[in-house]
Design a protein around this ligand. Structure first.
Ligand SMILES: O=C(O)CCC(=O)C(=O)O
Length: 319
């Protein structure tokens, strides 16, 4: 299988991006280079050097503590085998492939994870990739994808378009702005995410439609190879799957941030994970003031989205 060869290496220009919230002014900087790659390919890999404040040893230690808790059943927010979409039963006896709600106030390490989620540099990329100002960014999800303890993989899917969609339905949804950015931040080298580059801009081909759900060799597929500390942003409606190696450590932080321009579709995608149940209790008092301010405003926009949307249901309750 092919691997990602394109990574962005240009550092951001501090003179044009010190504190700006206007994200649409300089199309030649590394933020917009990332946007171009995301629009073209449906994913982009950013080097760890762009995010110097990500503290990998501290994040790994926090991730290991929470994973241990999740596998033992102590941490109830988990993605359990063999289910692909929420809701997931809280019983870990069949194994887990993800840990939910890293920012939950009952996680003793929530602040460690929050520092990477609300990181000022990350948020600049997010604003450009979403296509909104930093003042519109909305807190969404921060989860972690972990090594299952036995063979497991996800079938080919788009996160927010069911496999039953007709080509016209696919195109109608793909033509709408997603109003969010989604990323994987690898704490260990990670080659679990497999994508079909460019498939976020078109309906599935006949071959893709007819393919087995777990087809190991989809035409044009590419394994996203992340080194520890790298961040892959990807369009959640790119045709993709997860293929996991139970023998290889995986702790990959899986985040999304939206915009107050987001629609009911986006509200369902976010709120079906249950974040609305605890986000109101979040106390940002322990954050440094600038981050507390930023996080507080992003949380308010999430609460507002919940208020506007009411009961949003689940994308695919039984899979
Ligand atoms: O494991 C991954 O990186 C992919 C996860 C995924 O496809 C999903 O959560 O929908």
């Amino acid at each position: 299988m092919a691997t990602v060869t394109e990574t962005l290496t240009t550092p951001p220009n501090p003179t044009t991006h010190g504190t700006t919230t206007d994200t649409n002014t300089n199309p030649s900087d590394s933020y917009h280079a990332a946007l171009d790659a995301l629009n073209r390919d449906g994913f982009v890999v950013l080097p760890a050097s762009l995010f110097p404040s990500f503290d990998l040893p501290t994040l790994r230690a926090a991730a290991a503590r929470l994973t241990t808790s999740a596998r033992s059943g102590e941490w109830p927010y988990i993605r359990t085998l063999p289910k692909q979409f929420p809701p997931w039963p809280q019983d870990p006896s069949n194994g887990i492939w993800g840990v939910q709600h890293l920012l939950h106030p009952s996680n003793p390490d929530h602040l460690t994870f929050a520092k990477s989620y609300f990181d000022a540099e990350l948020l600049k990329y997010v604003a450009v990739l979403v296509g909104c100002s930093e003042d519109e960014l909305t807190m969404e999800l921060y989860n972690m994808l972990v090594r299952p303890e036995k063979e497991f993989s996800l079938r080919w899917h788009r996160d927010d378009i069911p496999a039953s969609a007709t080509p016209d339905e696919e195109m109608e949804r793909l033509a709408k702005p997603g109003w969010h950015a989604q990323w994987n931040l690898a704490l260990y080298d990670d080659a679990s995410l497999v994508v079909v580059p460019g498939s976020h801009r078109r309906a599935r081909t006949e071959t893709e439609r007819a393919a087995e759900p777990y087809e190991p060799n989809m035409p044009g597929q590419l394994v996203v190879q992340l080194k520890a500390g790298e961040v892959a942003f990807y369009n959640n409606n790119i045709l993709h799957r997860g293929v996991y190696d139970p023998t290889k450590e995986r702790m990959t932080l899986h985040g999304s941030i939206g915009s107050s321009k987001g629609s009911e579709d986006r509200a369902r995608n976010v709120l079906q994970h249950g974040v609305g149940e605890w986000v109101g209790q979040y106390d940002f008092g322990a954050f440094e003031p600038e981050m507390a301010e930023r996080a507080g405003r992003m949380r308010e926009r999430l609460v507002e989205m919940g208020r506007r949307s009411g009961d949003v249901g689940f994308y695919s309750k039984d899979e």
